[in-house]
Design a protein around this ligand. Sequence first.
Ligand code: UDP
Ligand code: MN
Length: 257
Amino acid sequence: GIPVIYLITPTHSRSEQKADLVRLSHTLLHVPNIHWVIVEDTAVKTRLVTNFLRTCGLNYTHLNVATPPEVKMKSTDPNWLKPRGVLQRNAGLEWIRSTSKRKKLEPAVVYFADDDNTYSLQIFEEMRWTKKVSVWPVGLVGALRYESPIVVKGQVTGWLTYWRPQRPFAMDMAGFAVNLRLILSHPSAQFSITAPRGYQESSLLSGLGISLIDLEPKAENCTKVLVWHTRTEKTRLKNEEKMRQQFGKGTDLDIEV
Ligand code: UDP
Ligand code: MN
């Protein structure tokens, strides 16, 4: 059969979470042979995500791990930022590794899909037959129209990015997928909570023993944008409190949004 796509999605609680998850799930419903590993950034699984997944119509695994509120940093490092989704993606990898031990190894690919991006259906078919690591452009990222691997004669030679193009793998999380066998044969490869900003992708791929020559350019030799790093606008909820103050009543907090 066709390889399974394991899609690891970190997700955190916010006003727009359910709307983002509904939109993403409706994309995934069009993708055959997909298993959604959704990892909440919470100490306890939420009712919202639990109920949403039960009726979403997808094959899924629901996990959770909370990002510690304060992660220690060197006081000399001004560029350190709170990592987003790092422990969650690692928990997804760990689940895939331990599940794969217990069953016959089927061909599969692993992709890290943030909950607010936009995915064309074509990108899933591009990644499905990944031998080691496949790569492609990502739209609307890095303060550019798109970022992309630079491809010369069918091989990746570098990175079209403004920000730190000297990174070993200067691409966004949405820009690559990894064959499951490679992940299983490098059991300690993972994302790093202490990696500098922009180096998450490099920390995983370096741990997989990958160099540029191994990368498989997809999306017509990286000439098509099939995934976009869209970001959902933060919704202003300033009238919630004003309404309660002025009218003595507000929206029904039992109604899930
Ligand atoms: N995320 C998370 N915990 C956080 C912040 C973000 O799990 O504290 C998730 C988020 O739901 C998304 C991914 O990590 O799936 C990337 O976060 P975000 O979209 O905010 O990052 P950006 O768009 O800025 O790269
Ligand atoms: Mn995002």
